[in-house]
Design a protein around this ligand. Structure first.
Ligand code: TRP
Ligand code: SF4
Length: 328
């Protein structure tokens, strides 16, 4: 078993998970847990880097994220699921790595520059925010992970992790593998307003939404903007509702809609109703699993405790080695 590749990834608890998170990350995690020795964790310290002024919601988001994860089929038998701040060793390794990381690597990080501009409503001129990738590097290499499944936006962080691991190995002797980013293939799925699906745009459909909420949200979706009236032919290729159909309706329905839309035989209202029904149906097992775990809080606690314990014992071992290498 020792040559099974170890894979690790994390998510910041900044709100309930939506379909964008599911198709962009979670679905892939559920798949790869069959193949690799997987570690998935909730990066609550990383959430604090941008939400330090209002930290009161983070712990609630952590609890909710655990339910989201379990409900989509991340399995405690197959994967190690844990919470970052429960493993204090991450913080110790972060400190040591910070000694050897040149500030220039962090300042030229494209994600850093980008986020400062994007989140201009927050004061991110902190040491912690600049050091975000160093903490992320600690998260990854403390488990000697080989692969890190992430979206394209996180590739620079994995690259910095590789550089930090290489520098540590060079200075103190080989001990960390250089992890590879495993890029997640993401199907096209926009928010209800056709922008990127995001909690902050208020355009998301959540994994925990009820069929009623789904149908309201779907009815608000923007369709082919050129199609003003029902008897205008539409173009499914530019329609977000159609992208949802491709994911949630069977192929004969997709074909039918494709044809009926182009020939103005179906209106958007009916088309959306069909899609909302299929979407609600597809999310049903997820909702059911969620309600099972919601009514078994002790079990959830136990699952997370076990994950924490397993992660901690590996992190402790790594830190023994690290302290020996840095002679402290
Ligand atoms: N920065 C990641 C994100 O925002 C979350 C994260 C923290 C992470 N530590 C990690 C991802 C380690 C992969 C590996 O999505
Ligand atoms: Fe989109 Fe369906 Fe309307 Fe065509 S009929 S434009 S696919 S919502």
């Amino acid at each position: 078993m020792t040559d099974t590749k170890r894979v690790l990834s994390g998510m910041r608890p900044t709100g309930p998970l939506h379909l964008g998170n599911y198709h962009g990350a979670l679905a892939n995690w559920v798949k790869i847990q069959e193949q690799y020795d997987c570690f998935f964790f909730i990066a609550d310290w990383h959430a604090l880097t941008s939400d330090y002024e209002k930290p009161d919601k983070i712990s609630g988001f952590v609890k909710n994220m655990i339910l989201d994860w379990l409900s989509v089929g991340l399995s405690p038998e197959k994967s190690t699921l844990f919470v970052q701040s429960h493993i204090k060793e991450h913080a110790e390794l972060f400190l040591i790595l910070s000694m050897i990381t040149p500030v220039s690597w962090l300042e030229r990080n494209p994600t850093y520059k980008d986020q400062i501009v994007q989140l201009s409503n927050k004061d991110l001129s902190t040491f912690g925010f600049l050091g975000y990738p160093v903490l992320q590097a600690a998260d990854i290499i403390i488990y000697k992970a080989n692969g890190v499944p992430v979206g394209i936006d996180q590739v620079p962080h994995v690259e910095i992790t590789r550089e930090i691991a290489r520098r540590f190995n060079y200075l103190y002797g080989n001990m960390f593998p250089e992890p590879q980013a495993i890029l997640t293939e993401t199907p096209k799925l926009l928010g209800t307003d056709r922008r990127k699906m995001s909690k902050s745009y208020d355009n998301a459909i959540y994994l925990s939404d009820t069929p009623e909420q789904i149908s309201v949200n779907v009815s608000r979706m923007i369709t082919d903007p050129q199609r003003a009236r029902k008897d205008d032919p539409g173009n499914p290729e530019v329609c977000n509702v159609f992208d949802f159909h491709k994911l949630y309706s069977n192929s004969s329905t997709v074909e039918e809609i494709n044809h009926q839309c182009r020939t103005a035989k179906i209106g958007c209202v009916d088309c959306k109703k069909i899609m909302a029904k299929n979407l609600a149906e597809a999310l049903k097992p997820i909702r059911e699993k969620r309600s099972f775990y919601e009514s078994h809080p002790k079990l959830v606690e136990e699952i997370m405790q076990n994950g924490d314990d397993k992660a901690r014992s590996i992190a402790k071992q790594t830190m023994e080695e690290v302290r020996f290498k840095v002679k402290i």
